[in-house]
Design a protein around this ligand. Sequence first.
Ligand code: ZN
Length: 305
Amino acid sequence: MAEIIKNIILKGNYRYHLKFSKELDKINKIENIPKYPVLILTCMDPRININEIFQFNLGDVFVLRNAGNLYTLDVLRSIILAIVKYDIKYIVVLGHLDCGMTKINLNEFREKLPIKFLSSLTQNYHEHIPKLRSFFKPFVDEIQNIKEQIKSLELIKEFYPETEISGMLYDVETGLAFEYEKIKDYKNIESFRQHYKEILAYKKNQFTDFLEEIEPKNIIIDNSNDHSQDIELNEYINSSISENEDKSNKISKIELDDMKDKLKNNNSTIIPKISIPKIQFHGVKIYIPKIYTEKRKISIDSENK
Ligand SMILES: [Zn+2]
């Protein structure tokens, strides 16, 4: 097993070296490291690729990672180094949805840990769970966690008051990062989920502005894929409001889970979805995601392909 993995890693590195050699000119032109005075503290989740998410290049920003994007003594060590040596001015705690740290059951976890490790924490069986909690620091809520980590990091401002500390919430299913100003008012992840459609609607407006900004006249959205049955997000929200006037007008997590179940059992349902329309730009076809809500037949078979 280790041999196979080693081979995958080595071959990957040769492919990278090949690419690297071709881009040496560009790489050698990196003068200031990092290009932006930014440090991002994020989770070790393998679905997070900072350079891809923000379209950064090699050398653009510092990235610190650990399980759950947590403030630790070692994170503080690296941040202060980065501030002193590289003049970092902006720190972002990038949490993400579906974080594995919210799915840790300490009782089950304990069963999987070697006795030697457990007894290194404590000899007392009854102290295992509290000790494990303080060692692994699992949490239940991604939004509350971001707020807590920001709060802990605020101590840096005592030494470096000009340092800005902010947060973001990354959605591993859509590739969208929600800015702190938009998430901080939600007291927890449940409340965020309940307002998810409104938040997406806001994102859609921002995205439209972005498209207009990059080149208003040259963009032709190619809707050649059959989206004729799609309904726009705003319309969807309005319709769901009229359907659920006596409810809170919001889609709850239970309803979302219900939708997912329906998707598994039924080939027709309504789910929030990100489509990737083709966009013509200066004669070059690029792909830019467009947020929308769709109402169409979904073939489980074709989804699985
Ligand atoms: Zn995570």
